[in-house]
Design a protein around this ligand. Structure first.
Ligand SMILES: Nc1ncnc2c1ncn2[C@@H]1O[C@H](COP(=O)(O)OP(=O)(O)OP(=O)(O)O)[C@@H](O)[C@H]1O
Length: 259
């Protein structure tokens, strides 16, 4: 049986009287592509926020490889091996593509202020290694040719790819992608699907995805969890979700049945 990498047990996240996430439980297995879907306001991003330490859940448990995450801070969770991208792209827009990747690698780098101030030979050796590693990530993602461009000058689809590159560069095993195909045309979306599948296969990553594009969700996911008003209303294989009456009736209608 495959190993569970992430487990949510009866997780609740309340904002005052609003139950943004209400008693949600599910598991993600190592190397799986799991999608989280649901209408606007269903609680998807809130789930990402509790998993990555932005919020402490009101109750319930979040376990990463059996380790309770509830009290960890976002940077500690990144260090443990979970990285995310955001619905609204968050890059250092004025910095180059390469610099953006290098900054994402800082949580694994052996350099500190002491090394950089004294400019020890060690500093230059480590810096060179870091640059080479960052270039490897960019090459893998097809962005090496753009390494010296300012992030803000990249076309939208490439900015989204750069965000994924940054998530990979943290060394994370579990990648949380929040609407990676948002704003992409159908060709870009298909390319992105192939890329995500490649990352899972070549690099042995686990992918947890929020996405509204049903063709992508149905085409790429091993399993899908469906939320509605903070509650899990279904979980299963794409075929099961596509044919689930509750899912179709509750909100997706033809969108999911025809994807
Ligand atoms: N910090 C917060 N304070 C108060 N309410 C919040 C907060 N964050 C989210 N909410 C509310 O929680 C509910 C779930 O929001 P969430 O962003 O998780 O939904 P979503 O499924 O990601 O929606 P979308 O598809 O539109 O991104 C919404 O009603 C939202 O307004």
């Amino acid at each position: 049986m495959s190993n569970v990498i992430l487990e949510l047990k009866n997780v609740c996240m309340y904002f005052g009287g609003l139950k943004a996430v209400d008693d949600v439980s599910f598991e993600i297995k190592e190397n799986e592509i799991m999608s989280l879907i649901g209408p606007n306001g269903a609680g998807k991003t809130t789930i990402f926020n509790v998993v990555t330490g932005v919020y402490t859940p009101t109750s319930g448990e979040i376990l990463f490889r059996g380790k309770l995450l509830n009290k960890y801070k976002p940077h500690e969770i990144t260090k443990l091996g979970i990285a995310r991208t955001f619905q609204n792209i968050r890059l250092f827009k004025q910095l180059t593509v390469l610099e953006n990747v290098i900054l994402a690698m800082h949580c694994r780098r052996k350099l500190n202020v002491f090394h950089s101030v004294l400019r020890l030979p060690y500093f230059y050796r480590e810096l060179k290694k870091t640059v080479m590693k960052a270039e490897e990530f960019l090459d893998y993602m097809g962005l090496l040719g753009k390494k010296d461009e300012k992030a803000e000058n990249l076309p939208y689809g490439e900015q989204r790819k750069l965000e994924i590159t940054r998530a990979l560069a943290t060394g994370a095993e579990l990648l949380l992608l929040d609407e990676p195909a948002a704003g992409m045309n159908p060709q870009e979306t298909t390319d992105l699907m192939r890329l995500i599948e490649k990352i899972r296969e070549d690099l042995n990553k686990t992918i947890f995805l929020i996405e509204h594009d049903m063709k992508m969700v149905m085409g790429i996911s091993d399993r899908i969890v469906v939320l509605d008003y903070g509650k899990k209303i279904a979980e299963g294989l794409p075929e099961q979700i596509r044919n689930n009456k509750k899912v179709i009736e509750a909100y997706l209608g033809k969108e999911v049945a025809n994807a």
